[in-house]
Design a protein around this ligand. Structure first.
Ligand SMILES: [Zn+2]
Length: 599
């Protein structure tokens, strides 16, 4: 007897597990049970698990019986003619949806050739083993799986046209690529999905260039940028609404007058129009007010004696720290409660610059290391100059063979003027691509003699040069770049605050310290680590914190009464720690030692 559980609840027993499961599956295939139902047998527990709950990911598989696929030639022909569609195949019990737990009891054949009498199911296409994004990678079956994981992550970060109505939208933190292109070498999935492209085709040479493409850095042709490679617009929106407060008080969108508490500078309001909002196409820099607003005082008591105007607070919305742009559009509307709401969209042109991140779908990501004037770049015998130079050392350790195949196939596609099929597992042979390239009058392996752009002399080594698809990722240096001298500190620890948006610092942790030590810059280290420096007075007799009484001009230890104190320097954060320990009724004490004494 096997126990049966449905969605985790015991519902009964079955005489024979095999017969029961077979019966349930037959009913499901006939449509008498829901097609999303899954059934699994656990032989260790001798238990049958039936699941109909939500959140299980299902995928379609072709059913096979007695070593034969149910999707025969006859059905395939009707599908081609359009007489049969997906739902018909589901109803006829040719295809069924399987979840991860049921798959444990199945034997799934990858292709027709692999079907044996024990096979229960057949993959619709081997590419179905990938997710949607990964199936877009050309020649993905030649890549290492972990690279495909990374590649699918970077594809999701690629800039493109995220929505065709982006001009009517107010989105925070989005970018639009100006000249997106469809890839020359692409998987057939790409065309079935029919979405907006998110990348551009480039001429790429695999070589080192003047040491500026160490590791994963990339060299970019300046002329390519001028022709629009990697050009994008970044959008940021600012919102402000007029809130109502008790006592018939409300916010007011206006240009704040000078007597308002917290008035910025006259210059920061200079570009506001009379209604307190920015005018479209205004050039904005950090700190410029885009929506002027004044709010009533928070506490009514405050205003009892002072006039209402005097006690009003400035509450404007200004351009964030480290950002700039042009006021793109101003939207004025009312929200559900009838309050006036102002939304301002700011745009910023982003040309590709040093530090911007680019990637391929093969998980080969890197930042721009140098932008080279076109005339200094190496060129081929026909005068082709690369848009992008990639370091050869990036290939062997990553084992992204499909990157190389895409480069070769892209070259053939460009020369022939046709789209190349790079669908994974589609059985394209590299040899065929090489043959085609040879027929087009090029070396079969894609290598060419390149001439140095500066000296004009041929480069000794043959360089692998071809065409492939590159993505600009949403992480751009201008959003990341951060600098500060002195500035705000946190009240509790007196250390500099952290974070770019707040005008804070970069944290110097243990590992960053080691990097500076290794670099031999210990003076910088001393300066950084004394950001919360404080002088304290210690009693040499008992080691407690003493009191330096400047008015009565005397030093005294509150614990033992000793009258002479020693000065030491330490960070305020550690002083705080000692005080917190003292709050726990523990007595931490310092044992002082002259720093010039030995031992
Ligand atoms: Zn003492």
């Amino acid at each position: 007897m096997s126990d049966i559980f449905h969605n985790g609840r015991f519902i009964g027993e079955a005489e024979s597990a095999d017969q029961f499961i077979h019966a349930v599956k037959q009913k499901r295939r006939k449509g008498e049970l829901p097609e999303e139902l899954s059934i699994r047998y656990d032989s260790n527990l001798d238990t049958i698990f039936i699941a109909t709950d939500t959140g299980r990911i299902l995928r379609p598989l072709i059913i096979t019986e007695n070593g034969e696929s149910k999707l025969g030639q006859e059905q395939l022909r009707s599908v081609e003619k359009g007489d049969l569609n997906w739902n018909d195949l589901l109803k006829q019990g040719v295809i069924e949806y399987i979840d991860a737990s049921e798959e444990n009891n199945l034997l799934v054949a990858m292709t027709h050739k692999n079907i044996t009498p024990d096979t229960t199911h057949l993959e619709i296409d081997p590419i179905a083993m990938f997710g949607l994004v990964t199936s877009l990678v050309p020649y993905a079956n030649h890549d290492q799986s972990s690279r495909l994981n990374r590649g699918s992550k970077t594809q999701k970060q690629a800039l493109g046209l995220y929505a065709a109505n982006y001009l009517d939208l107010i989105d925070t933190d989005v970018s639009v690529l100006h000249y997106p292109q469809k890839p020359i070498t692409r998987s057939f999935i790409y065309d079935t999905l029919n979405f907006y492209p998110a990348g551009q085709n480039v001429v790429l040479a695999i070589m080192a260039y003047e040491g500026y493409n160490m590791s994963d850095a990339i060299i970019i042709n300046q002329a390519s940028i001028q022709r629009g490679f990697g050009k994008s617009t970044y959008f940021r929106s600012y919102t402000s609404s007029e809130l109502q407060y008790p006592g018939n008080l409300k916010d007011e969108i206006t240009i704040p007058s000078k007597d308002v508490a917290g008035y910025r500078t006259e210059e920061s309001y200079a570009q506001l129009e009379e209604d307190g909002t920015i005018f479209p196409e205004a050039n904005l820099k950090e700190g410029d007010v885009v929506i002027g607003k004044v709010s009533p005082p928070k506490f009514l008591l405050e205003m009892e004696e002072i006039s209402l105007a005097k006690s009003r607070k400035e509450n404007s919305t200004a351009v964030r720290q480290g950002e700039r742009g042009i006021a793109d559009a101003v939207f004025i509307s009312n929200d559900a409660e009838g309050r006036r709401i102002i939304q301002v969209r700011m745009r910023d042109n982003r040309d590709l610059e040093i530090g911007d991140k680019l990637s391929t779908p093969h998980g080969q990501k890197g930042v721009v290391g140098l932008i080279v004037p076109e005339e200094n770049l190496p060129f081929t015998a026909t005068g082709v100059k690369p848009d992008l130079i990639f370091n050869p050392h990036g290939v062997p350790s990553r084992m992204t063979v499909s990157y190389l195949i895409e480069l070769l196939s892209g070259k053939v596609g460009c020369l022939k003027g046709q789209v190349m099929d790079g669908t994974a597992f589609a059985d394209q042979q590299v040899g065929d691509i090489e043959k085609e390239l040879h027929n087009l009058g090029f070396r079969y392996d894609g290598k060419e003699t390149l001439y140095d752009g500066v000296s004009g002399k041929p480069i000794d080594a043959k360089i692998f040069i071809g065409n492939m698809y590159y993505l600009k990722l949403k992480y751009m240096v201008s959003n990341k770049i951060q600098v500060r001298a002195s500035g705000k500190i946190t009240l509790l620890t007196r250390q500099p605050i952290e974070g770019r948006a707040k005008g804070g610092a970069l944290r110097m942790g243990e590992m960053e310290k080691d990097a500076l030590v290794a670099h031999g810059t210990s003076l910088l280290l001393k300066e950084r680590f004394s950001s919360d420096n404080v002088t304290v007075h210690i009693c040499p007799a008992c080691g407690a914190f003493g009191i330096k009484d400047k008015i009565k001009k005397r030093d005294i230890c509150p614990v033992c009464g000793h009258q002479k104190l020693e000065q030491i320097e330490l960070s305020y954060a550690s002083k705080l720690l000692f005080e917190e320990i003292m709050a726990l009724h523990l007595f931490p004490h310092f044992i002082l030692k002259n720093k010039y004494d030995e031992n």
